[in-house]
Design a protein around this ligand. Sequence first.
Ligand SMILES: NC(=O)c1ccc[n+]([C@@H]2O[C@H](COP(=O)([O-])OP(=O)(O)OC[C@H]3O[C@@H](n4cnc5c(N)ncnc54)[C@H](OP(=O)(O)O)[C@@H]3O)[C@@H](O)[C@H]2O)c1
Length: 470
Amino acid sequence: MACRTVFMAMACLFLEGAEAWSLLRISLPSWTEHGRQACTADGRHQGWGNQRSGMMPLGSWARRGGRTIRMSGDAEIEREVWMIEKPGNLKHLQKKKDMLPPPGPDEVRVRVCAIGLNFADVFTVLGMYDAASSKENLVPGLEFSGVVEAIGDRLQNRKSAIVSRSPDGKRNVLVSSPEPSQTKEGDGQKIRVGDRVMGFSRFGSFSTHLNVGSSYIRPIPDDWTFQQGASFVVQGLTAWYGLVELGQAQAGKRVLIHSAAGGVGLFCLQICRLFDMTPVAIVGSEEKSALLAETYGLEKSQIVIRKQSPRRFKEDVIGACQLLDGKGYDVIMDSVAGKYFSPGYESLSPQGRHVLFGAASYTPRGDLGKVWWSLEFWRSIVPKFLSRPKLDVQKMIGQNKAVLGFNLIWLTDGETDPKVLGLLMDQMLQRRWNPPMVGAEFRFDEMPEALRFFKSGRSVGKVVVNVSEE
Ligand SMILES: NC(=O)c1ccc[n+]([C@@H]2O[C@H](COP(=O)([O-])OP(=O)(O)OC[C@H]3O[C@@H](n4cnc5c(N)ncnc54)[C@H](OP(=O)(O)O)[C@@H]3O)[C@@H](O)[C@H]2O)c1
């Protein structure tokens, strides 16, 4: 363990931001208490099958929509999962069968119809994601859509069981309420077997079935497909939390959005429209620029095509701002970082907020086989580390600028109020959203190909893996 920690710390010296911190945190024991519990709720394979063994009990059944469905989750079932046995290389991602226990009292079991891919999945497979505290035998995957198959005991009695704060305000405690309408925000609505849902899972969605806490699922809007449902939660929440909560969205603000044609980027563009803010979009290619002009009606002057040269990139970013009104950006949504950080930061207006939530420029494009102990990997990382952006915090005071970083997954770590994510979802769903753009679809069997394509950076919109029909 000590050896691994030292190695991880060395690795941190060569990586930046979230990923670098991630490497070190993987080996810190202080994290593991909450992390393991959360992971084990579904993502971790070890212990599932052997914790609850024996005969499969019969559940209770009901007729719904002409079909007979199991009402209670009192039996374990066999499922298929994609599991990373040893992180570091896509080759270690294997399809397996395992047993899924019945959902816990506050959980539901979902038959997964579609899985949405995220950058964090790539980092998980590569073994570079700190939130994946148990790195071996992990079922990756953060979001999904599907059909509720079974409901935990406490959720079946929702009328008399709701969550509230303890008197000292530190914990959530279960209290009774005769009125279902008093169910707290963020706690999830009344869920029924057969409901179409979309949700967030702290790992475990690369699977045909999973158990998930009710706070983390919401009904899919009626006119959305399962693929669109699987494309909403992570990217939508990332855009919402970054731009609305941290960026303090407000009419008239000027917003610079990195990778604007990606999933999070497209949600940021929608939020700009909802709040009457003016976006400037950064994209990696001409094709993406054309797509944004066509589908989002952006002017050419509102789109910056990212150049390799930071000097030229800076000119373009500042140029686009000057064409607006020259006053600088109020918010920057930055998931690329590295050498592309400073041009944006320098064109931030006083009181502006630079929101950092990713570091895509540190991800080597290409095959996932490029592992972090290979020479090739270090060759691509070291120059980036040496030229990484540095801020003089003293100057930040005089400039009235703020840099804020976040990772959504820490809103589910048990240290934050577990209902925070649910509350954010409820806030978001009060708005009317365009159905998310699904850019590419793969079959469940094609998970490795889907991840490879996702990581190529060629995708526009969401990459989705289809699991089962409704
Ligand atoms: N902090 C959080 O909680 C959180 C949550 C979700 C996502 N994220 C981050 O947000 C970013 C966007 O996520 P997304 O879900 O919107 O992904 P996405 O739809 O696949 O978009 C990713 C885009 O990143 C750009 N990119 C830049 N450098 C890249 C590289 N080296 N390799 C591959 N792509 C590269 C590409 O667009 P261009 O070339 O056009 O720029 C690509 O299309 C990612 O960095 C992800 O880690 C953070």
